[in-house]
Write a protein that binds this ligand. Structure first.
Ligand code: AMP
Length: 399
């Protein structure tokens, strides 16, 4: 069996995982399998597929058998060991939502790093604890195995100060209240892919639109993030499946002081009941909204497209121009209708869509006459994590 790298993306109700084989002289990465334990706490189910998409696991469990993420991890470890014939991965890469102000790169985890990452829990209370759970579990079981924390924030840490700040008192900035930006692993993957696919535009002014159930946009130049629509948390910027995007802070104050809502209730609403779901009252899924005749579904999609257009204009301003737009993630990769609607609103920026190429889902969807090149590139955050993990593993092995 070749050496493998395990990638873990642990959320509140699911643990997604992928195993990559380390192959060849140049240490490439071949996908071996991918899957998830979903429905943790409600209807636990372990599903996995091999590299060709063939089903290799589909087991459901009672909540009594797998009551929480810890139990789900134990079950997953058991299944992976059997699948990998007892061989433990050479290294494990983890998606960690927050690297705080300090981490502008991905790091091997030791006790000191783990302590620093624990201290960031208040900055991402819903995500960080879940992300750290498998790191701690594997350290307890196999302390010698290299584990790498890959941060959603790292790619954005080089923002100019004006993009990193809120206009709030200085001491709050020092306390870590900054515009971190997220989806960094996706933006990094797209940036690297562009450098291979179209090296001639690598230094152009690029906006990547990561439009999935979480959505954000990032302005990129010279391979670096210049600004992003997300800020202190992953609530800001574009409307999302269930999150509102940009919202006047006064609304939160009003809900807390005049509306009798507790902070917990407001938090729950902001993460679970807003966005496309809140506006439409129907669904958080663009496919359902596109298929619906209900005017509220149309309003939700119109709002999404309108705000995406505003964000595109705003990030073009941060770049002082625009040369390339890349669509990615679930909506960006799959919905020609949403891409077309956003591009129509952005004609003034020099975007001229090739409707046929867009409908076909081609990689290049702008017309020959378009001043701005528009592309669709599937993202692969897990491969990015595997890549960073492998780089750190190779460095270790050299020493
Ligand atoms: P992600 O978070 O990147 O996996 O994206 C998930 C979201 O992508 C779903 O909630 C859908 O709204 C959207 N999506 C996936 N496939 C399609 C499709 N064919 N057309 C429109 N939206 C899609």
């Amino acid at each position: 069996m070749p050496d493998t790298i395990l990638v873990a993306n642990a959320g509140s109700s699911s643990i997604k995982f992928q195993v990559f084989d380390i192959v060849g002289e140049t240490s490439g990465l071949d996908l071996n399998l991918k899957g998830q334990v979903e429905g943790i706490g409600t209807r636990p189910r372990l599903i996995a597929r091999d590299a060709e998409g063939g089903r290799i696991a589909d087991e459901t469990f009672s909540v009594g058998d797998l009551p929480d993420a810890r139990a789900a991890l134990g079950q997953l470890g058991h299944w992976l060991r059997a699948r990998l014939e007892g061989g433990f991965p050479a290294a494990v890469g983890h998606r960690v939502v927050h690297g705080g102000p300090a981490y502008d790169t991905h790091v091997a985890v030791d006790d000191d790093v783990l302590t620093k990452l624990e201290a960031l829990v208040p900055l991402a209370p819903l995500h960080q604890p879940n992300n750290l759970l498998p790191i701690r579990a594997i350290r307890a079981m196999q302390p010698e195995v290299l584990q790498v924390a890959c941060f959603d924030t790292a790619f954005h840490r080089g923002h100019p100060e004006v993009a990193d700040r809120y206009a709030i008192p200085e001491r709050l900035y020092r306390d870590g209240i900054r515009r971190y930006g997220f989806h960094g692993l996706s933006y990094e993957y797209i940036t690297r892919t562009l450098a291979t696919l179209a090296p001639e535009i690598a230094d152009d002014r690029i906006v990547v639109a990561h439009l999935g159930s979480g959505a954000s946009m990032c302005a990129i130049r010279g391979g670096r993030s210049i600004d992003s629509t997300m800020g202190f948390t992953a609530l800001d910027g574009l409307p999302m499946g269930t999150r509102p995007g940009q919202l006047d802070a006064g609304v939160i104050l009003h809900l807390l002081t005049n509306n009798g809502m507790t902070a917990d209730a407001v938090q729950h609403m902001l993460y679970h009941d807003c966005g496309l779901k809140g506006l439409s009252g129907i669904s958080n899924d663009v496919r359902d909204l596109l298929a619906s005749e209900d005017p509220r579904a149309k309003l939700a999609l119109d709002y999404f497209v309108y705000r995406a257009g505003l964000a595109l204009g705003s990030l073009a301003a941060s770049l002082e121009g625009l040369d390339v737009v890349v669509f990615t993630a679930g909506i960006g990769e799959n919905s020609s209708a949403i891409r077309a609607a956003i591009c129509r609103r952005a004609r003034w920026l020099g975007i001229d869509l090739d409707e046929v190429a867009n409908a076909k889902g081609a990689r290049l969807i702008s017309a020959g006459t378009s001043r701005v090149r528009v592309m669709v590139i599937p993202t692969d955050e897990e491969r990015m994590i595997a890549h960073h993990t492998l780089e750190i593993l190779k460095r270790r092995r050299r020493h």
